[in-house]
Design a binder for this molecule. Sequence first.
Ligand code: DGY
Length: 326
Amino acid sequence: MNDLPRIFLTRELPPKSMTKLQAGSRLVFNQEDRCLTKTEIIQGVRDADGLLCLLTDTIDDEILAAGSNLKVVSNFAVGFNNIDVASATRRKIPVTNTPGVLTDSTADMTWALLMDAARRVSEGDRLVRSGTWSGWGPLQLLGADISGATLGLVGLGRIGKAVARRAMGFEMNVKYWNRTRLSTEEESRLGVEYASLKDLLAESDYVSVHVALNEATRHLIGAGEFESMKPTACLINTARGPIVDEKALVAALQSGKISRAGLDVYEREPSLEPELSEMDNVVLAPHLGSATIGTRTKMGNMAVENCLMVCAGDRPVNLVNPDAYV
Ligand code: DGY
């Protein structure tokens, strides 16, 4: 029993993942439904072999230094911008994530926001609930067409591709911009056409963001980019908030440089630019991309397996920093 690894978990996971983790470790975890403070995380990692953390935990150099026995940082997310990976690599600590299992639910959420923003579902919901709806009207809450429109995907990794596959059912023209261009065969299989970012922004009715957040993509979509977009365009972001300059987004919506937005992520979660919540042409979700029971359970199981594998001396499947082994 005592040779089981000591794992510190920053917040409770879905029940099946908790059972797995409890069976394979000496587990200490935050039993309150809230994010831990940095001091609490430092306290928790002091004698832990493994840290299992969330995208809401900023795991910086100071925390990694405090965890002098840490063998692994396992992130319960596909994105890992919350972790100082360079510091972990210097310290030879493998960092792992949960790719693949949340692709479909995040792509579905992208479509939920796109369709809501286009067809004004949340606005309509508010109208009906307000008790002031006076009945059907020919000019009431007119939205934008989706079928046949142009969808621009900024980033075409797993989630971008899943969004593109769903767009086929709507017979959309799908353009994409990505660091590396796909093969012609894959482009035709997905029904997507490569474009420069500038052309994609200028030609798309819907622009959906699917790049990872890093120094190269922070504020990738800002004032200059909104300037290039159609005044009727709609921006969707289910990736990471800081990829979009949120103040510039507010200004673009206010000045009519673009027409609507559907957001699942924000620059400084859980805060957001206050004007956003006043705008009827914006659909706001609280970072729900992967929030289905099935997906969160798969993410939890994957994060637990990654964590326990490294503690058992094995190389994890979902390794973010192979240089930690060099
Ligand atoms: C991730 O895993 O990065 C998602 O944002 C979680 O919802």
